[in-house]
Design a protein around this ligand. Structure first.
Ligand SMILES: [Zn+2]
Length: 413
């Protein structure tokens, strides 16, 4: 039976969100956490954007070193040959891409202003796919932007053209969050049956149904005989009302009625990393997790009213669908209420050594400690907040990679 895979787009859709962003080190940490939780692929950035080049190359290096493994790192570009050319010039070793082009009449008229016909869209996409294969890509997803407002027969034609050119997957983008579970089930089932490619569900929350639509689309795809790839973001951060939240999607697939056990996640997903990844994203994006967020919200396991409290104390299953331990919750958090030394851009070696000593890192020499401190200062210049333990450990472990992530001079390519 086909399976459901997770393709997280935090480092693409999440960071392109208005008012929000991540430093290149934070994006790298997100990739590390996504790998730990068992996400199949991270859409890790924009290969045609100059300031991403060093970050993308450094993360591919981490993959080659085995640090980011088995996760796949996929770039997002427009489905035009020119973008493919720029991509492989800037990031020659990139292996996975999603190529995106709008397919709806609304976009063809409203965005391309009638300058492209339906056939032009297909021609652009297939030319880009051919160019990416020729340049050395190993997997290619083709994105139909605004698919939910696209005529189904045309979408099938678009998908079949992608398949003819050996595309690996078709991304069904509900770009505006227009679908509901009933419509996306039908469309994704039809696409799986008629196109015969694995389908990605890329859902937005403009009508509050991103997770529900992702599940319904995945079910349709599997019922149509193909693997499904749900696009998620950490804490649901994404354009406007956001994307399908990673942790909620995992919970919904594994715990919901008549879904669990039938429609299974492919690969190993480790839900116990949920708390860690959600808290990191909260800190890095500087966007609080809503109190009622499934699984990781402050109230997700809180009970106060008499009947509920009594019931949950007698048997947690009375009022909890799953246990907090499963999500990696329950450990006490140590919060200093007295003297604190943090690591920042003006830190000196004494304070820095104290901070590193607390997380049990020692250096072979004073030079080595100074080298790492210098990098920590730069990281703080870019993120404007004290570095978290895992970031400090990362820099201490991989100073050469950190140097690349912290360099932001434009490359001459
Ligand atoms: Zn999106």
């Amino acid at each position: 039976m086909p399976k459901i895979y997770l393709l997280d787009v935090t480092n693409r859709d999440g960071v392109q969100t208005a008012r929000l962003g991540l430093s290149k080190l934070e994006k790298t940490m997100a990739n590390i956490y996504l790998n730990e939780i068992g996400v199949f692929q991270s859409e890790f950035g924009f290969p045609t954007t100059k300031h991403e080049t060093r970050y993308l190359r450094a993360n591919i290096e981490l993959a080659e070193m085995g640090v980011l493994k088995p996760i796949r790192l996929g770039g997002w570009i427009r489905a035009i040959a020119e973008d493919v050319e720029t991509t492989f010039k800037r990031v020659p070793t990139i292996k996975h891409l999603n190529l995106s082009i709008s397919t709806s009449d609304q976009m063809i008229m409203g965005k391309f202003q009638g300058k492209k016909t339906h056939q032009d869209i297909i021609n652009d996409m297939t030319a880009a796919v051919d160019a990416a294969w020729a340049a050395g890509a190993e997997s290619l997803g083709v994105n139909a932007e605004d698919a939910s407002r696209t005529d189904l027969d045309y979408l099938v034609e678009f998908g079949l053209a992608a398949k003819e050119h050996k595309a690996t997957r078709l991304r069904y983008c509900d770009t505006l969050g227009y679908d509901n579970p009933f419509t996306i089930y039908k469309t994704n089932k039809a696409l799986a049956e008629r196109v015969g490619l694995p389908i990605e569900q890329h859902c937005h929350g403009d009508l509050g149904m991103a997770v529900a639509n992702s599940l319904a689309g995945a079910k349709g795809t599997i019922d149509g005989g193909q693997d499904a790839y749900i696009n998620t973001t950490i804490n649901g951060i994404g354009e406007r009302a956001g994307n399908a939240d990673l942790v909620t999607v995992i919970l919904a697939v594994t715990k919901s009625k008549d879904f669990a056990g039938k429609y299974q996640l492919g690969g190993k997903v480790d839900l116990s990393k949920a708390w860690k990844i959600a808290k990191f994203a909260e800190y890095a994006f500087d966007v609080p997790i809503p109190i009622n967020q499934p699984g990781v919200g402050a109230n997700a396991f809180a009970h106060e009213s008499g009947i509920h409290a009594d019931g949950v104390l007698k048997d947690p299953e009375n009022y909890e669908l799953y246990g907090f331990e499963e999500l990696g919750r329950g450990d006490p958090i140590k919060v200093d209420t007295g003297r604190e030394i943090t690591a920042g851009q003006y830190s000196g070696i004494s304070g820095f050594s104290h901070v590193m000593g607390q997380i049990e890192v020692s250096f072979d020499s004073k030079e080595k400690a100074n080298e790492v401190l210098e990098l920590v200062r730069y990281a703080n210049v870019l993120s404007h907040k004290p570095l978290v333990e895992d970031e400090l450990l990362f820099i201490a472990r991989y100073p050469e990679i950190a140097k690349k992530l912290l360099t932001s001079t434009p490359l001459e390519i």
